[in-house]
Design a protein around this ligand. Structure first.
Ligand SMILES: [Ca+2]
Length: 533
């Protein structure tokens, strides 16, 4: 707590110290900014124009990605306009679909077309590491210390460390919550069976639920046609959600952990074997779906969407209805109710949640070819701070008063359906979703919280219980490659064990092969880089 207060004081002091250059103070600078936008536009492209007055908007060029069919509009976008005027900046965006962001990033960097703030950095790629080593980006390790708000509020605990390259910071990682995997389940089935689910689920609780959902006709149609656990094993990707959640509930590490001071892979631990035995038991009894090996990413929700299965482990926000992943189920079965539980209880009585962070998922870097001076770099960093505080934070969270919401005399924020739709339609809600460093969730401005907002709050509350994969950020790209090559040794053995094709001795033999084929070198590298407090 003390540390939190100290940090807050530092932020307050920093903000007051920098108010002068942030341009965030009052309507004077705003109106000046508006009147000078034209002259700045005329001068843009003339890199020699050094005589720009302090009040001219500061131009920030950026590569940003979008998630929808089309990028958000930058014209007649009230939030985009508000932020630029308020902070006296002119933001020039180059858009890329989210799935192509890393490719676009590399193409633009290679083609000498860098922008001042580049999104889509893939910090674990050898290409990115080489760019860092050759000085393509600003090394902000020391400068960022003057902006604690960025490191404390705009980054997760896990990503703060894992986004470094060779111990130096070039990247401000996109905020991905440390904890977001939940058991998403049929609440109506639980009610049909009169089950009282604990708030925090032990491995045994998951097992008992899978059993009940299989054996007790939870859909009450008199037919034996349900499976409790919709397990998905698409070769170590979704496993990270389902198997690892159960493994962590059994007390195992999340992929890698420390036992007696030694870094181990989780499949070397007794807790992992307990989980594997439980999975085999569930398979034998039909408590988990037999087709788990062939449920590809497109089909993984089908057993639940078709009303055949009772729970699965997936991102908690998928449980939002309507709008999440289960709308088809509700269309087929209007009585279906979807809920979620995020926390598990391990054998030592600790609340845990499997963190599915396997690396840094994009982020902002600042190419030296586009950001010419430290002063400009600092203006960009200060802009990121200002964007996430005060009136700008409010605009990003709920839009513009009178357009997207109204405020009652008692401070209550009212948002009509039309206003909510307008905020989507005019791009105000999504314009800054993935452009610059952001807070994880909206602040409380007195607005009504959507179901999605409430789940985001749970992400933040439960981050303290996240069990991270300690190898994240600890492996060289060569060993990451090696790890991928060796992965099939373990996931084949795991699947075969679950299905009863091999015994424990054969599983141990696969582990030994993994160790001798390069796995031990992976453990050694994590051991070397893993710094304990
Ligand atoms: Ca049934």
């Amino acid at each position: 707590m003390k540390k939190g207060i100290a940090v807050l004081l530092m932020i307050v002091m920093l903000v007051s110290a920098l108010t002068g250059c942030s341009g965030g103070g009052g309507s004077d600078s705003s109106s000046q900014a508006a009147s000078q936008t034209q002259s700045q536009n005329d001068a843009s492209g003339d890199e020699e124009s050094l005589g720009v007055s302090e009040d001219a908007p500061f131009v920030i060029t950026t590569l940003a990605s979008f998630f929808e069919q089309e990028p958000p509009s930058t014209t007649n976008n009230p939030v985009f306009d508000f932020v630029q005027e308020k902070l006296n900046v002119e933001i020039q965006v180059t858009w890329t679909p989210n799935g192509e962001a890393m490719t676009k990033f590399n193409t633009m960097m290679a083609g000498d077309n860098a922008l001042m703030v580049m999104g889509g950095a893939d910090v674990s790629s050898s290409n990115y590491i080489r760019m860092c080593q050759t000085g393509a980006f600003w090394d902000i390790t020391d400068i960022i210390k003057d902006y604690p708000f960025i490191t404390d509020t705009l980054m997760s605990d896990v990503q703060r460390d894992t986004s470094l390259t060779e111990g130096r910071r070039y990247c401000i990682p996109s905020y991905v919550p440390d904890a977001r995997i939940a058991m998403v389940y049929r609440v109506d089935w639980v009610e049909n069976l009169g089950i009282e689910l604990p708030e925090v689920m032990s491995a045994q609780d998951y097992y008992d639920l899978a059993k009940a959902f299989t054996e007790q006709d939870p859909d009450q149609n008199g037919v034996d046609d349900t499976t409790g656990f919709n397990y998905v094993d698409d070769q170590d990707k979704e496993v990270n959600y389902g198997f690892n959640t159960l493994a962590v509930a059994c007390g195992a590490p999340n992929r890698y952990g420390v036992r007696d001071g030694q870094v181990v892979a989780y499949f070397q631990t007794e807790e992992y074997m307990n989980c594997l035995r439980m999975m085999h038991d569930m398979y034998e009894n039909g408590y988990l779906n037999s087709e788990f090996m062939t449920l590809g990413s497109g089909a993984k929700y089908n057993p639940m969407l078709e009303g055949r299965a009772g729970f699965m482990f997936t991102t908690a926000t998928n449980a939002v209805t309507p709008g999440g992943k289960f709308d088809t189920l509700l269309a087929n079965d209007p009585d279906a109710v979807i809920g979620y539980k995020m926390l598990s209880l391990d054998p030592n009585g600790n609340k845990v949640v499997n963190s599915n962070i396997t690396g840094v998922s994009g982020g902002n870097v600042f190419p030296v070819s586009a950001v010419e001076t430290e002063e400009d770099l600092r203006r960009i960093l200060q802009f990121m701070v200002d964007l996430n505080q005060g009136d700008c934070a409010k605009a990003l969270d709920i839009g513009i008063e009178g357009i997207h919401y109204t405020t009652d005399a008692d401070g209550t924020i009212n948002i009509t359906d039309e206003q909510r739709e307008l905020r989507d339609a005019d791009g105000s809600g999504s314009i800054f979703a993935n452009m610059f460093a952001r807070r994880l969730m909206a602040d409380d401005w007195g607005q009504p919280l959507s179901d999605y907002d409430k789940i985001q709050q749970h992400y933040a509350e439960n981050a303290q219980y996240a069990v991270p994969d300690i190898s994240v950020g600890m492996l060289s790209s060569e060993n990451i490659q090696k790890e991928n090559e060796l992965a099939s040794l373990i996931y084949d053995a795991r699947a075969q064990f679950i299905m009863g094709f091999i015994d424990e001795a054969a599983f141990q033999a696969a582990v030994d092969t993994w160790l001798s084929s390069g796995g031990q070198a992976i453990l050694d590298e994590i051991q070397e880089n893993y710094v304990t407090e």
